[in-house]
Design a protein around this ligand. Structure first.
Ligand code: ADP
Ligand code: MG
Length: 629
């Protein structure tokens, strides 16, 4: 008996778009159907190896394409796991697939001149893509379960589909596509060959065309089992695309095989970009895990530490049991071994790139540095390996596009320097303009810019690098007297304000600023700037805590701005003038306004002014006074 069902609303919407969009690469429908057939074959292969009760246990695991020119149909047949009636309704009546959902979302969010046609190629819309080329689709399927009934699903797009019992005696699925008038090209053998070659060459099962069931039209090699010498760059890229449907070239490929302690093969990729599309197509992070060429896990997250989850690829073990998901001590130990080898290899490759192929490495860094930084913080045991992989802008050349790691820094340390100095700031410009850098510049000492928001977390674990302590430049205890050599031309022309006048001025600052500062003191380091805010806590760990508010602010969490100590530069003309004014006319209200402004300017430079616009009124008052004659 035939029952009519209505597609889920989202599915109807998707179908409507697919049927009416003039997407030029409609050929990808075949890639989608073949990929589904291949999934179904993988799953039945797994069942066969772990469960004796499978229909047609002897059938070859293969995919066939058949063309009927008279009827205008293309049929895709597989001997895969098949579907029961319930499964077919669940799988082909709703959108289970995240790629399709994200496609609809992207379409909703797209600017008005962006059409479905433009963005469809970025998404794997799955089974429904067949409606780009079909007037009608009939799916006949029989599950691998020996007692299941065969079932037929049929639809012409639109809002409904039908489901009815069918007579199919063999296991698997047949998809009979009645092609649209303008899609007859897909009846031509050469065209089908071309598409398979382009999109499905590495599918692990043979794909046969027409009656020739001897010579597959795909090469089906497990690329990872070949010798790296035999694999061309194009093949690696093609395989990557098939795996991820990310159409950017991967930045780097790692092809490895190991014999001890376990025998395995792996091809790993570092994707070029962390853009969403990548993850929308690989639905989750994780590597594909095979055991002797049988796919046993599509998204295995235990093969690499979390901070390397951006790596994509395939691992194929000779020794793993197929039911690795069921816990066993032996399998656990093997997985731990695999993880260890893979992690070491990825890190050593990244280190090699960082050392010898900087340009390539910086692309990796640009896309994935946050993962690596997270690694430094959450996996202290790997810190020593990861620390050379982190790059920063620096006062060395003061450019937002030039990158240095700790090793570069240490190589350039000046005489008497044993510590590594860094400034935490909200962005490159604030780091580069920070008043804290004054003293360092004057002494020719380099400062690293920690200006990616997550950099503020690094000092929690990264307290030392090869015996050199990391030190924040706003550390109040910092004394650079014996580090580097003071450039006399950069040194202040003015004498310092006399100490009793300075004491009086500091007292006035304290009265005006009250609780807003932890203290006010004379600076030992400032050269060209009037003032700066420093933190007193130099002790271990508090280094990180004092930057926590930046993280919380980034995460939209509640945060309290830190209360800091204000340091004044006794050589600066403004401080001279203020000291003088205080002695001459202590009741001048302008004096207090300027004190406020010195403090708030320092807040601003620190990136912690809660309300910069509030300064406008005071600034106007000060300017008015400065211009009155
Ligand atoms: P995805 O493959 O990402 O899950 P699709 O839209 O391509 O999404 O397919 C939807 C579901 O339909 C699949 O997950 C699978 O359960 C089922 N399916 C599709 N084609 C086949 C097939 N040839 N054999 C068995 N099941 C299939
Ligand atoms: Mg699919």
């Amino acid at each position: 008996m035939t029952q009519t069902h209505t597609f889920q609303a989202e599915t109807q919407q998707l179908l409507d778009i697919l049927i009416h969009s003039l997407y030029t690469e409609r050929e990808i429908f075949l890639r989608e159907l073949i990929s589904n057939a291949s999934d179904a074959l993988n799953r039945v292969q797994f069942e066969q190896l772990t469960n004796a009760n499978v229909l047609d246990a002897g059938a070859e695991l293969a995919i066939e394409l058949h063309v009927d020119e008279a009827a205008g149909t293309l049929t895709v047949v597989d001997t895969g796991i098949g579907m029961t009636e319930e499964e077919i309704i669940a799988n082909l009546g709703t959108i289970a697939r995240s790629g399709a959902k994200q496609f609809l979302q992207a379409l909703k969010d797209a600017p008005p001149n962006e059409t479905a046609t433009n963005i469809i190629g970025q998404f794997g819309v799955g089974f429904y893509s067949v409606f780009m080329v079909a007037d009608k689709v009939r799916v006949v399927s029989r599950s691998y379960r020996p007692d299941a009934q065969a079932v037929a699903w049929e639809s012409s797009g639109g809002t409904t589909y039908t489901v009815a019992p069918a007579d199919k005696t063999t296991r698997g699925t047949e998809i009979i596509i009645t092609l649209k008038e303008d899609a007859k090209e897909f009846l031509q053998a050469w065209r089908l060959r071309e598409i398979v070659k382009k999109h499905s060459d590495f599918i692990a099962f043979p794909i046969y065309l027409g009656d020739d069931s001897e010579t597959p039209i795909n090469q089906q090699t497990a690329i990872w089992r070949k010798s790296p010498k035999e694999v061309s760059k194009e093949e690696y890229t093609q395989f990557y695309r098939m795996l991820t449907m990310d159409f950017n070239e991967p930045t780097h490929v790692i092809h490895m095989r190991a014999d001890v302690p376990m025998q395995f093969y792996a091809v790993l990729y570092i994707p070029a970009s962390s853009q969403q599309t990548l993850f929308s197509l690989r639905k989750e992070p994780g590597l594909q895990l095979y055991a002797r060429k049988v796919l046993i896990d599509d998204y295995n997250k235990q093969l690499l530490p979390e901070y390397l989850q951006f790596v994509q690829g395939v691992v194929d073990s000779e020794d793993l049991p197929l039911n690795v998901s069921r816990e066993s001590v032996k399998a656990d130990r093997m997985m731990a071994n695999l993880k260890n080898s893979l992690t070491k290899k990825v890190i050593s490759e990244l280190k090699r790139l960082a050392e010898n192929e900087r340009e390539t490495y910086l692309k990796v860094h640009d896309a994935w540095a946050r993962y690596l930084k997270q690694g430094v913080v959450v996996a202290p045991q790997d810190k020593d390996d990861l620390q050379d992989l982190l790059f920063f802008n620096s006062s060395h050349d003061d450019s937002p596009t030039s990158w240095h790691n700790l090793a570069d820094y240490v190589r350039r340390m000046v005489e008497g320097q044993s510590e590594i100095y860094y400034v935490v700031a909200d962005d490159f410009t604030s780091a580069s303009r920070s008043p804290h850098l004054d003293a360092f510049r004057a002494r020719g000492i380099e400062v690293l810019y920690f200006c990616d928001p997550v950099d503020a977390l690094l000092p929690m674990q990264l307290t030392e690098y090869k015996g050199h302590k990391l030190r924040a430049v706003d550390d109040a205890e910092l004394d650079l007297k014996d580090v580097g050599k003071l450039d006399e031309t950069a040194a202040p022309a003015q004498e310092a304000v006399a100490s009793d006048a300075m004491d009086a001025l500091i007292a006035r600052f304290k009265t005006v600023l009250g609780e807003r500062v932890a203290g006010v003191q004379v600076s030992k380091t400032l050269v060209g700037s009037v003032a700066r805010l420093v933190s007193k806590e130099g002790a271990n760990g508090s280094n990180a805590r004092r930057h926590m508010f930046r993280i919380n602010r980034l995460l939209d969490k509640d945060y309290e701005l830190p209360i800091k100590t204000l340091e004044l530069n006794p050589h600066h003309a403004l401080i001279h003038n203020l000291a003088h004014k205080l002695a001459q006319s202590p009741d001048d209200t302008l004096l207090d306004s300027i004190i406020e402004q010195v403090f708030e300017t320092a807040l601003l430079q620190e990136g912690i002014h809660p309300d910069p616009a509030s300064m406008a009124e005071r600034l106007t008052r000060i300017m008015t006074a400065a211009t009155s004659t």
